[in-house]
Design a binder for this molecule. Structure first.
Ligand code: PMP
Length: 977
């Protein structure tokens, strides 16, 4: 490093408009430099001019970079040397190299440093689309690796004074802030300068220095796309290379993520951890990180605003401004103490929760306080009570009425009462304080000495280290501040009035601790604990629960310990769901999800009528169907009445698998045969016989090669992507009939043909017109029976038809049903004709201990009646039609939607990479489901290729729910996944 060398100095040079070079001039320069005809396309830059040079076929030849003439040759040499160092040290990453070229004889003014670098394909992460966590992590890793590789790099050309070097941010902000004319925005910048920058300055002596890329952002990484996921694997634009703070490199990378769709400060934590793994951060660097992120945001907005001011034609700078404001707003939207704790936790460093001062006294004497349960498992919140306005106060006064002298809430509880149905963002449900109600007027006494003040909000006691606030509903007393001793009277709470008690530290890691919001996001609670104390001990000598945490991870580990791995669960890190209400599922953190997948819960979750009926019958009698009682008879009659003749005989079992298994055995017994014909891409259950006829490779990858010899598989009649499509799909029936014919000829005429009458497992697709008519006729011609598996598609879900076979205008010999029948209670049935049923005698007698029990039968009747009385089939038809129309409209916008299958509330959105080849968008489907979950929708993939979004919500789904889902899907498809 040379002491005499002095590179560019922003503060000495003043304004730096980008070199003025048109695309045609750049084309001329490029043509001369490369010695072949090229065309140039501007790539934009704030202070330089960059052009993509292409040959006449549009093939990229390189990037013409025209650095601002204010920069010296030494500085450009440093950039070339640093790139070479990185290319050597990080061979798996891509870096731009110089393209051999000749110097043009006479360059336009201001273009003296023009050079051509190799073009790295794949595109950057520009735009504000969604950043996948994996991409965020990789950005952090790349920044960390670049930082480590440059840590020992030295070059005199890195000694320069750039406006982007965060060490100079204070001066840059002072100089350029006047460009920001909007008063509100100006205040944000001024606040950064007056209260954030000093935090950085205070830590600056402890921050390591080294050469940094200085602009390692979403815009300056290039990517390789895998299944439309852009994975960064290269770094471009070394124009801001300089000596600066090591942690500044990370602050720049992190801030560049914050304008992306849906980003919250916490979402960048994977990048910070990834950086730390490559380039471990020191404590002071961790403390400086978030202030630096905010400072970087402010530098971006003042620089961008200034650049537009001096260079109105710089479209690049102008178009970036809104994004830059977003970065600053998001970064500044979270208190430093909270982010510091979150970062430290993410990096495995310790953070201590704040505690009450030792030796504190009680705030109130509240013996025997009862703690309300407002969590997602609270019985008091059943039957939708959690949605009633002011339900917390109502529950508290109920408890006081019942004799409790005082009622409190639990600190840190994730309150379901704060959950918001149909919300794309997680609600703040974690309580940072405790609410209390007293049966009588109650005095408040100072738990420690301090200064007390009272205002419209309530009472505040400021001690040396702790601030206590007691916010009292309707508080009016306004009194002067006073210094008080421990146990002094500081206020009172009227009987049966809610007060809200919080204690926060006076000082946090950065000076004054932030004010506490009443509720914070569940994820953020642990971070807020660095400044928020649990005030429970002030209310009684009993120390109540510590903050409740979401123990979804622990539960997952316990589950793994007692479950087999073949018993899979939805999602890699699933939410813990303990509550359902109508079409909503609510996690233990109070996040409400729209349930688009539960075809079992036709009536919705938590149905009070059903719950009451079960409880009543359970208390009355629950036994087995060898006893004679009415409910099983009544339900069997009711069920049979939904079916056409001759289907009049009912067997009640406990599941779809059992129903299909029994159906197969009935057919075998009735025909005296053992061969069965099944269709491809089907699922019928897990028992030995139903597994044998299940052919879906999504459920069992070896399904097709491991069928027992008695199972004969005909082609999946998939009219969208099978061997016959569109009108041609009629040929599946002929092929199947021919195959059955051949079986009969070889003496293996089938006992049964089993098939879903509407193709649920393939994604809610109708069978080709006339399919069942032809195949059933052929099966019957050879003496076999036809089984319709209505487990998924029957019972009103299809909207227009109660039973799937009605769509095909056939009547099966045996119908199986389950799922919807019990609304989650284990209930299945086989319905057939008396003669077929009677033949079962040849295999002994039939008995199922719980099948048709009084409770099951009552459930069956309540569900069937409710479907009728609540018009759920009509609702499925109407809301389904609305959903289909909206989804089809989405298909016009998003080419990934290959088609929309289905009817009523059984729909499938099939996702493809190409509408011609129909290449299944498998990884995309998975990522879309994952992102939808974060937006509040539970949805899963189905079909043999797992590229169909299966839409089969509770039948009470209304238009608002349908619209919420489609809007969320639209958003995901538009912003990325
Ligand atoms: N048949 C079909 C068409 C199914 O979708 C299922 C379950 N997915 C079954 C049978 C088996 O039902 P169960 O899980 O109740 O045993």
């Amino acid at each position: 490093m040379s002491a005499v060398y002095r590179g560019f100095d922003f503060f000495a040079s003043g304004e730096l408009p980008a070199p003025q070079l048109s695309e045609s001039e750049a084309g001329t320069v490029g043509t001369e430099m490369l010695g072949r005809p090229v065309t140039a396309r501007s790539l934009g830059s704030q202070q330089d001019a960059n052009f993509l040079l292409e040959d006449d076929l549009g093939g990229p030849l390189g990037v013409l970079k025209v650095p601002n003439e204010a920069f010296t040759a030494e500085e450009l040499d440093a950039q070339t040397a640093a790139t070479a160092r990185l290319a050597g040290a990080l061979p798996d990453l891509r870096f731009p190299t110089a393209v051999p070229s000749t110097r043009p004889r006479d360059l336009p003014d201001g273009c003296g440093h023009a050079r051509i670098l190799s073009f790295l394909g794949g595109g950057t992460l520009n735009g504000s689309g969604y950043l996948h966590p994996e991409v965020i992590r990789r950005l952090g890793t790349i920044a960390g690796r670049v930082s480590r590789a440059l840590a020992t790099f030295e070059h005199p050309g890195t000694e320069r004074t750039l406006q982007w070097d965060l060490r100079h941010a204070g001066r840059v902000l002072t100089l350029l802030a006047p460009s920001v004319r909007d008063p509100a925005r100006r205040r944000v910048v001024d606040r950064t300068l007056s209260s954030v920058w000093p935090l950085v300055e205070g830590l600056s002596s402890e921050l390591r220095l080294q050469v940094v890329h200085g602009d390692l952002t979403d815009d300056n990484v290039v990517c390789t796309a895998e299944a439309t996921l852009r994975r960064p694997d290269g770094v471009i634009d070394f124009g801001d290379l300089c000596r600066s703070w090591t942690v500044g490199e990370l602050a720049v990378t992190v801030s560049s993520m914050l304008h992306h769709d849906g980003m919250t400060p916490r979402d960048v934590l994977p990048a910070v951890s990834a950086f730390d793994r490559e380039q471990p951060l020191h404590d002071a660097e961790i403390d400086a990180l978030w202030p630096l992120v905010v400072v970087r945001g402010a530098v971006l907005v003042v620089s961008g605003t200034h650049q537009v001011e001096i260079d109105g034609s710089n479209v690049y700078a102008a178009s970036g401004l809104e994004r830059e404001w977003r970065i600053l707003d998001v970064a500044a939207g979270v208190p430093f103490d909270v982010m510091r704790a979150a970062i430290r936790t993410a990096l495995g460093r310790t953070t201590e929760p704040a505690t009450l001062p030792p030796g504190h006294r009680a705030l109130v004497a509240a013996p025997g306080a009862l703690t309300l349960d407002l969590s997602s498992t609270s019985a008091a919140l059943d039957r939708g009570r959690w949605l009633e306005p002011d339900v917390e106060h109502a529950l508290a006064t109920d408890a006081l009425d019942a004799g409790a002298p005082a009622v409190t809430t639990a600190f840190g509880e994730f309150r379901m009462t704060r959950s918001v149905p149909l919300s794309t963002t997680a609600p703040a449900t974690a309580a940072t304080g405790v609410d209390a109600w007293f049966s009588a007027d109650t005095e408040l006494r100072a738990p420690w000495p301090g200064v007390v003040s009272r205002d419209g909000e309530g009472v505040t006691l400021r001690g040396d280290e702790h601030v206590l606030t007691v916010a009292v509903d309707g508080h009016t007393a306004d009194q002067p501040t006073a210094t008080v001793a421990t146990a002094a009277l500081i206020g009172s709470v009227p009987a049966r009035t809610r007060c809200r008690i919080t204690v926060r530290l006076v000082r946090g890691a950065y000076g004054s601790a932030p004010d506490l919001p009443e509720f914070v996001l569940p994820d953020e609670l642990a971070s807020w604990r660095s400044v928020a104390c649990d005030p429970t001990a002030l209310l009684s000598d009993r120390v109540l629960s510590e903050s409740r945490t979401d123990d979804a991870d622990l539960l997952l580990r316990r589950r793994a310990a007692s479950f087999a791995t073949v018993q899979e669960h939805y999602y890699a890190s699933p939410p813990r769901i303990e509550r359902g209400w109508r079409e909503h599922l609510i996690s233990t953190t109070g996040r409400s999800y729209l349930d688009m997948v539960n075809n079992v819960a036709v009536l919705g979750h938590g149905d009070p009528e059903l719950a009451d009926a079960v409880a009543r019958q359970m208390l009355l009698l629950n036994t087995n169907s060898r006893f004679v009682y009415e409910s099983v008879v009544a339900f069997s009659e009711q069920l049979a009445a939904t079916l056409p003749p001759p289907l009049d005989t009912v067997f009640l079992v406990n599941s779809g698998s059992e129903a299909d298994d029994l159906a197969l055995r009935l057919a075998m017994a009735a025909t005296g045969r053992t061969d069965v014909v099944a269709v491809g891409e089907a699922y019928h259950g897990w028992t030995y016989a139903t597994d044998a006829v299940s052919t879906s490779v999504a459920d069992n990858p070896t399904a097709l090669s491991t069928r027992p010899s008695w199972v004969h598989v005909v082609d999946a009649p998939n009219s969208y992507r099978g061997k016959y499509r569109g009108l041609d799909a009629r040929r599946y029936a002929c092929d199947a009939a021919a195959q059955i014919e051949r079986l009969a000829e070889t003496g293996r005429a089938p006992a049964a043909f089993i098939c879903e009458p509407y193709y649920g497992n393939a994604g809610g697709m109708p069978l080709p017109d006339g399919y069942l008519e032809t195949v059933y006729a052929q099966v019957r011609r050879h003496g076999g029976l036809c089984i319709a598996d209505e487990v998924q598609v029957g019972y009103g879900r299809l909207g227009r038809w109660f039973w799937g076979f009605e769509q095909q205008a056939v009547v099966p010999d045996i119908v199986t049903v389950a799922k919807a029948m019990g609304n989650g209670h284990p209930l299945g049935a086989v319905v057939t004709s008396q003669p077929v049923a009677d033949r079962y005698r040849t295999q002994g007698y039939f008995f199922s201990s719980a099948g048709g029990s009084p409770v099951s039968s009552v459930v069956g009747s309540v569900v069937l009646n409710a479907i009728r009385e609540r018009n759920l089939q009509a609702n499925a038809r109407d809301v389904g039609a609305h959903l289909i129309a909206r989804l089809q409209a989405l298909a016009d916008k998003h080419p990934i939607i290959g088609t929309v299958h289905g009817s009523g509330l059984y729909l499938g959105v099939e996702l493809v990479r190409d509408r011609e080849t129909l290449e299944p968008a498998v990884e995309e489907t998975d990522r879309i489901c994952e992102r939808l979950r974060h937006l509040g929708v539970i949805l899963q993939a189905t079909g043999d290729r797992l590229c169909v979004l299966k839409i089969k919500p509770p039948l009470l789904l209304d238009r608002a729910g349908a619209d919420f889902f489609v809007d969320a899907l639209d958003h995901v498809l538009a912003t990325g996944y």
